[in-house]
Design a protein around this ligand. Structure first.
Ligand code: SF4
Length: 259
């Protein structure tokens, strides 16, 4: 008799031809559930876990159809949401099956799940890590949740040494200033194996969803972030980041030759 796999997951939707959530062409699985309430979230419809509506086998069947598109530039699957880490068993089981098919797996996360991080990361090829805020109190103000869980995830991520792409949303008045960018430099210094950093200008595309869900839009009085200003900030930040990185390399080489 065929063994019945009881693990199920709750997903919102699947996008077949994602181009912005990792390298190459990707199938993006939007998973339901998130403990954070980021004021700029544009997916409030995915906050609740909702009913279980899929299985790891279903997901793999749908992903396999897109496999021919994955061959160029490390395309594959990205788990996004919501927060994929909130469904660890479903995520692990699905990743195991995807790995049997030799499919590249990216995890788009704010690092705020319920544990099993090491086990999950074993199957992940790339982590797209959202930095919400570097300051404990401001993180809480922005997300309505304490920073500690995401720090736990970052610790596990460092232990795993998996490649990381950093994503930082830039909200006017919150992150577009020197003080914040200096603290971001310090935060990134503590994360290993960063391969790429992106600044994403805050936009109001999710506003209509809040209205439809009857939720007050939290950043009503904040304007969208200017794209050109974001590019400038990014350029300045990356110059400082590269300088910091070179300095660290020289220091560690120096320590190495000293030993
Ligand atoms: S972590 Fe992502 S899904 Fe969750 S509230 Fe923040 S932006 Fe929305």
């Amino acid at each position: 008799m065929k063994k019945c796999n009881k693990i199920q997951g709750s997903i919102d939707s699947i996008e077949s031809m994602g181009l912005v959530d990792g390298p190459g062409i990707r199938t993006v699985i939007f998973m339901n559930g998130c403990k954070l309430r980021c004021k700029y979230c544009h997916n409030p419809e995915m906050w609740k876990l909702k009913e279980l509506n899929t299985t790891p086998e279903d997901i793999v069947k749908r992903v396999i159809r897109n496999k021919p598109y994955f061959s160029k530039n490390n395309g594959g699957v990205t788990f996004s949401g919501g927060e994929p880490l909130l469904q660890p068993d479903f995520l692990i089981e699905t990743c195991k099956l995807l790995k049997k098919e030799n499919i590249h797996i990216a995890l788009d996360t704010a690092g705020c799940g319920i544990g099993k991080y090491q086990e999950i990361l074993n199957y992940i090829d790339l982590v797209l890590l959202d930095i919400k805020h570097t300051n404990k109190q401001e993180y809480l103000n922005l997300t309505s949740y304490p920073i500690d869980e995401s720090l736990k995830f970052i610790k596990a991520l460092n232990d795993s040494n998996k490649p990381v792409w950093i994503r930082q949303v830039i909200v006017p008045g919150m992150m577009d200033n020197e003080r914040y960018l200096e603290s971001l430099l310090k935060t990134l210094k503590k994360i290993k194996n960063i391969q790429r950093i992106d600044f994403l200008p805050y936009h109001k595309l999710g506003r209509e969803k809040y209205l439809a869900l009857n939720i007050p839009y939290p950043l009503e009085n904040i304007p969208e972030m200017d794209k050109e200003k974001t590019s400038k900030l990014y350029e300045e930040f990356m110059n400082q980041y590269k300088t910091q990185k070179n300095r660290n390399c020289q220091e560690s080489e120096y320590k190495h030759t000293e030993n």
